[in-house]
Design a protein around this ligand. Structure first.
Ligand SMILES: Nc1nc2[nH]cc(C(=O)O)c2c(=O)[nH]1
Ligand code: SF4
Ligand SMILES: [Mg+2]
Length: 253
């Protein structure tokens, strides 16, 4: 039986029922399942407990903050059979599931088994994936996915270009009608990079969202108006972080 390595939260897996806080489905009730592990190491990542393991060299913006330290891998991962994850999802009165991480597409066999288990009991389940856009979904998995929220990482993430932009994978997502592209933007210089990626992969303008970088409501607020005006000028959609505005910088919301 395939398993899923999920982020551990209070001795259970990080599976929660909330509203989609980002992207074109913002406001839709959904169950989030958060996998552990990521192939990137963004310095502003708000789910650094999925990859910033003790003994790794990756820098993070929180380095040096009082109380911040890297994470013990064994303590922050819960590996469960995919059928058990499906059973946990079934406990919520909702049939829209969002797979996130970390990078969820590192564990495709596990997700496929979870989805098949869920659809076996209720064919109306729908699935959305939050991805960094570096991993190509298998045809079997893709057949079940209703939407991809692709968030390619820019130089401001601190990852090498060769790691954060995969030619093959970006071409795949750019050609899928199910993809939306969400860019986290922190400063003016990011826009040039975004425009280059859009051109390089021929991403339709209507599928682009710009999201102000910020882990806290205050950090978000500081960039919101600037990003909103950029969106108006460039013809992109604005992407808020509703859950951060509602609940702040917390896990499981
Ligand atoms: N409510 C809520 N919406 C989200 N949209 C994307 C999220 C993510 O962390 O991938 C997320 C999240 O963690 N919570
Ligand atoms: S790709 Fe996403 S989960 Fe991975 S380090 Fe970057 S922000 Fe975090
Ligand atoms: Mg998040």
């Amino acid at each position: 039986m395939p398993t899923l390595k999920l982020a551990k939260l209070n001795d259970g897996a990080e599976i929660f029922h909330t509203l989609q806080g980002e992207g074109v489905n913002t406001g839709a009730p959904a169950i989030f399942v958060r996998s552990s592990l990521c192939n990137l190491h963004c310095r502003w990542c708000d789910t650094d407990y999925t990859w910033n393991w003790l003994g790794t060299p990756w820098p993070h913006d929180k380095d040096g903050e009082p109380g911040y330290s890297k994470f013990d891998k064994a303590e922050y991962i819960l590996e469960l059979p995919a059928t058990e994850v499906a059973e946990a999802v079934r406990q919520f009165p909702c049939t829209h599931v969002i797979m996130t991480g970390g990078e969820p597409l590192l564990q495709q066999a596990g997700w496929l088994a979870m989805i098949e288990a869920l659809k076996a009991t209720d064919a109306s389940y729908t699935f959305e994936v939050e991805t960094n856009g570096t991993q190509v979904p298998s045809a079997e998995l893709d057949a079940h996915i209703n939407q991809y929220n692709v968030s390619p990482k820019l130089a401001n993430s601190g990852n090498a270009e060769s790691l954060r932009v995969s030619e093959k994978s970006m071409r795949w997502f750019a050609s899928s009608a199910k993809s939306w592209f969400k860019f986290v933007i922190a400063e003016d210089s990011d826009l040039e990079e975004i425009l280059q990626l859009i051109e390089r992969f021929s991403i339709p303008k209507e599928k682009i969202l710009l999201m102000p970088e910020g882990r806290t409501p205050a950090e978000q607020q500081a960039r919101r108006l600037w990003v909103a005006n950029l969106c108006i000028a460039q013809g992109f959609r604005f992407c808020d972080r509703l859950h951060v505005q509602l609940w702040g910088d917390k896990r499981g919301v």
